[in-house]
Write a protein that binds this ligand. Structure first.
Ligand code: XMP
Length: 310
């Protein structure tokens, strides 16, 4: 595909759809939503409001980093604090699809609808890509950002129309577009991070305490495995405990799984054969997190596993 032509076409299409109205877009700093924000900024300039949502589910230092990058790009961005709305919506939920649904509803019904009303916007631009659509439609997993493909009329349900400029691309294509749009490497090469964020990496109930544990483990995995160049690497907190010993006493502690995969576009994935030395260092640091006394390495390719655990 000629990505330069793709960019021109999408900018023209966004301009045509929005006309002289207003639009909002939300970025997480991930490559998909950042490319959409950059395209929309080029197409709409001051008719666009870009937001970043603190949903209590982001990684260590992530919001600050994204705000800085967008500032450097000259794209104005507003931080919306929605931590309590997301934590409340997730309280007591353990079923993966119910957790995803709660996150979708909080994003689209609450946070985006309110932001669109405040901005006087009739359009929301978002970074759905082809793989998200295919897997949701195939019934494998409900991606948080799939709406119209599931028959949801967003104008009726949430009060705004959704525009999806990347719906014909896969991850590798989005990265090419990111480079052409001159987005920095920290964005164009950023490892995929799911919309439901750390909630996708907590099996069972998502609480502030459990988020803090998986956030600490994620930071360790990302530091230690950054040099691997693997497609994706992360930590998952299981909803189970195991007996261990800490400071000479029995501890029924938590279990963290480390996953590191190679893939082209996340449709299929193989497990990276990490050196033992690296795995040992990761494990040592992870079991130093309070309350965690086991660290496992996931050996399962996709299929039969999916990449994420919920
Ligand atoms: P799965 O777990 O479906 O993941 O094999 C495939 C790729 O998609 C990412 N992923 C998501 N991305 N919203 C997203 O934006 C989601 O709900 C979601 N679930 C999974 C995942 O990290 C992997 O790269």
């Amino acid at each position: 595909m000629d990505y330069q032509t793709f960019i021109q076409e999408q900018i023209a299409e966004i301009k045509r759809e929005v006309g002289n109205g207003k639009a909002i877009t939300a970025t997480s700093g991930g490559v998909d939503s950042s490319v959409v924000a950059a395209l929309a900024h080029r197409a709409l300039g001051p008719q666009l409001k870009t937001i970043i949502v603190d949903n209590a589910l982001m990684r260590e230092g992530e919001l600050q980093h994204v705000m800085q990058v967008f500032g450097d790009l000259g794209i104005p961005i507003e931080l919306i604090d929605a931590r309590s709305a997301f934590l409340k919506a997730l309280r007591g939920l353990t079923d993966p699809e119910q957790k995803r649904q709660a996150i979708t509803d909080t994003f689209y019904k609450d946070v985006f609808a309110a932001a669109a009303r405040r901005a006087g916007a009739r359009f929301l631009l978002h970074g759905t890509i082809l793989t998200d659509i295919e897997e949701t439609v195939a019934g494998i997993k409900r991606q948080h950002n799939i709406l119209s493909q599931l028959g949801i009329d967003t104008e009726e349900a949430y009060g705004y129309k959704v525009i999806e400029p990347l719906k014909t691309l896969r991850k590798d294509g989005v990265r090419e577009v990111a480079k052409l749009l001159a987005l920095p490497d920290t964005i164009s090469r950023r490892i995929p991070f799911p919309g439901p964020a750390l909630a996708a990496r907590v099996v069972g109930e998502v609480t502030e305490e459990r988020l803090a544990t998986v956030r600490a483990a994620t930071a360790i995995v990302e530091q230690e495995l950054a040099d691997t160049g693997a497609f994706q690497y992360f930590a998952v907190l299981l909803n189970d405990c195991a007996t261990g010993i800490r400071e000479g006493r029995r501890e029924f502690g938590q279990i963290v799984v480390v996953r590191c995969i190679d893939s082209l576009d996340a449709r299929e994935a193989t497990v990276r054969e990490l050196p033992w030395g690296v795995l040992h260092r990761v494990a040592q640091r992870i079991v130093a997190i309070p309350g965690v006394n086991r660290c496992l390495y996931d050996l399962t390719p996709k299929p039969p596993a999916t990449v994420e655990y919920i």
